[in-house]
Design a protein around this ligand. Structure first.
Ligand code: NAD
Length: 249
């Protein structure tokens, strides 16, 4: 298996892209630390992994709190002895509003989870990986880490920040065996997207992608699997779109 004997943290793994990632990593031999603020969803993912003969634990942790990120790493080491991989995936979309009217509180919340959360994660994951002399970190940005999008200013700002932070970390740890990359999914089909949009709005969204459809969580997880594995041994400090051609336009 690609991730045999590896220990991986996946944040926000109770749903969507994080859930697909945790399940795929476990299927490929990784011992997975599933984190989320939703205990029920996180535990359900751990159960799914165990039913398939995988190994996983749940840690209730809010990525916007540094102490929770520190505790997540400590729990990983307590349960599995080391840390090899981290997917900093937890994120929120924030309210939809133009910047001239964007609620200050909401801005702070989006930056706190989507940008500060990724820094807090790496702040504690990297020292643990330095002890092994190796590691791979995948920070989940978005296509909105490369281009803007109307009424999503806070989200786009945070995701651009994640791309810059990941590049810097990639450079800093390149000679120390720790690879750091960011990934840029386009619009991904989650239960929420489908149920919250009219058929017409959904089709318009799909049409923004040259492939004429949204992506799936599983398609994102396949990219993260490669980045996490030793097959990606020359990949660091880079941004990887997974976007059905969205950014090519
Ligand atoms: P999702 O809402 O399905 O899942 C996110 C999970 O993160 C949830 O289980 C939620 O409880 C958890 N979470 C939220 N805040 C948290 C916090 N502070 N600490 C810990 N867990 C927290 O979302 P998703 O669509 O799977 O998105 C995952 C990541 O992918 C996010 O960073 C998102 O910005 C990014 N992304 C999503 C899309 C998309 O179209 N869905 C596109 C590009 C990027």
């Amino acid at each position: 298996s690609l991730l045999e004997d590896k220990v991986a943290i996946v944040t926000g793994a109770g749903s969507g892209i994080g859930k697909s990632t945790a399940v795929l990593f476990a299927k490929n031999g990784a011992k997975v630390v599933v984190t989320d603020i939703n205990e029920e969803h996180g535990n359900a993912v751990v159960s799914t992994i165990k039913e398939n003969e995988g190994e996983a634990i749940f840690v209730n942790a809010d990525t916007s709190k540094p102490e929770d990120s520190e505790r997540t790493v400590a729990e990983a080491i307590k349960a599995f002895g080391k840390l090899d991989i981290a997917v900093n995936n937890a994120g929120i979309s924030g309210v939809v509003s133009p910047i001239g009217e964007y609620p200050i509180e909401e801005w702070n919340k989006v930056i706190s989870v989507n940008l500060n959360g990724v820094f807090y994660g790496m702040r504690y994951q990297i020292p643990a990986m330095e002890k092994n002399g190796s590691g791979s970190i995948i920070n989940v940005a978005s296509i909105l880490g490369q281009v803007g999008f109307e009424n999503s200013g806070a989200y786009a700002a945070a995701k651009h920040g994640v791309v810059g932070l990941s590049k810097s970390a990639g450079i800093e740890y390149a000679k120390k065996g720790i690879r750091v990359n960011s990934a840029g999914p386009a619009f991904i089909e989650t239960p929420l997207v489908k149920s919250s949009l009219s058929d017409e709005a959904y089709q318009n969204l799909a049409n923004l992608h040259p492939m004429g459809r949204l992506g799936s969580s599983d398609e994102c997880a396949e990219l993260f699997l490669w980045l996490a594995s030793d097959k990606a041994s020359f990949a660091t400090g880079a941004y990887y779109p997974i976007d059905g051609g969205y950014l090519a336009k």
